[in-house]
Design a binder for this molecule. Structure first.
Ligand code: SF4
Length: 283
């Protein structure tokens, strides 16, 4: 009989120790910490931003590969990036440095250490950190999501609701030879999210979470599928012509026909930036 894997630290303990930091951390101390963080952040941010542009990116392994081809070939997008996304992306990167501090205060076992860039074979990637004080030095990945995607991951878990993040964690664990990765999600605007959820779920007094943690265990079979797909992407992206559609940005690695077509509507606020070219190209 297969034995059940035991995570390196009970998830309830991870959760409660993080919650305690926010309860107990004096805002005056936190401001001092933020100043120190600002001083130390330049190197971290530079490395992070340089890695943003690799194609295929480890964090977008399951995205539509025709879209990746357009990006890799410097294709002019059909619309400007929504301006609010730029602020969201900038804030998202900064959030990681703040979470590093929170984890450091949370528990000696959760003090994150930086990791060198990993050779993923088809490209490179840098996990957000590792916990050297926990057995097996598990990895940590931090993600920031807006209201509904955050709510879905709280309800359904990382694999079901954030498969790109799950695939990225698998890819990193394979390259770093680790068995576990802690996924830490935070919500972009908690007050707005909570307000909407209280109404939608008809739970006016409920305190909705502002972060979510889950241990993801290494899965050799799944990881191999991610690696195979990434090598396949390298070939497709190098070709002269765009590959076939993959039915949208909700594409699933294991169920490729499960995505949505047409991909999100090509309006001013979202959707694939190449939808017009894709329509012209055909399936
Ligand atoms: S419109 Fe959809 S199928 Fe076409 S490139 Fe964009 S994401 Fe892919």
């Amino acid at each position: 009989m297969a034995t059940k894997s035991i995570p390196p630290m009970p998830i309830e303990e991870v959760n409660s120790s993080i919650a305690r930091v926010f309860r107990e951390l004096d805002w005056k101390d936190a401001r001092e910490t933020l100043i120190k963080l600002g001083e130390q952040s330049a190197e971290f941010l530079r490395a992070h931003i340089e890695l943003e542009h690799t194609i295929p990116s480890p964090s977008k392994a399951l995205d539509c590969r025709r879209q990746m081809w357009y990006k890799a070939h410097g294709t002019k997008s059909d619309r400007a990036l929504p301006e609010s996304w730029i602020l969201a992306a900038m804030t998202g990167i900064l959030t990681e440095t703040i979470w590093n501090t929170v984890l450091t205060f949370a528990d000696p076992r959760l003090v994150p250490s930086p990791l060198n860039t990993l050779d993923l074979g088809y490209g490179v990637g840098t996990p957000d950190g590792e916990f050297r004080n926990l057995e097996g030095a598990p990895l940590v990945e931090m993600k920031r999501r807006t209201g509904w995607p955050f709510q879905y991951v709280v309800e359904g878990g990382v694999y079901k609701e954030q498969e790109n993040a799950y695939a990225q964690a698998q890819d990193y664990m394979r390259a770093a030879k680790r068995k576990w990765c802690l996924m830490l999600f935070s919500v972009a605007d908690h007050s707005f999210y909570q307000n909407i959820m209280r109404k939608f779920k008809r739970q006016p007094g409920k305190q909705f979470p502002f972060f979510y943690v889950e241990w993801v265990e290494f899965n050799r079979v799944y990881s191999q599928k991610v690696t195979d797909r990434q090598y396949g992407t390298v070939e497709l992206v190098a070709a002269d012509d765009p590959p076939a559609r993959e039915y949208g940005i909700n594409n699933k690695l294991l169920e490729p026909l499960n995505g949505e077509w047409p991909c999100q509507t090509p309006d001013q606020t979202g959707g694939c930036p190449f939808i017009e070219k894709c329509l012209k190209q055909g399936p």
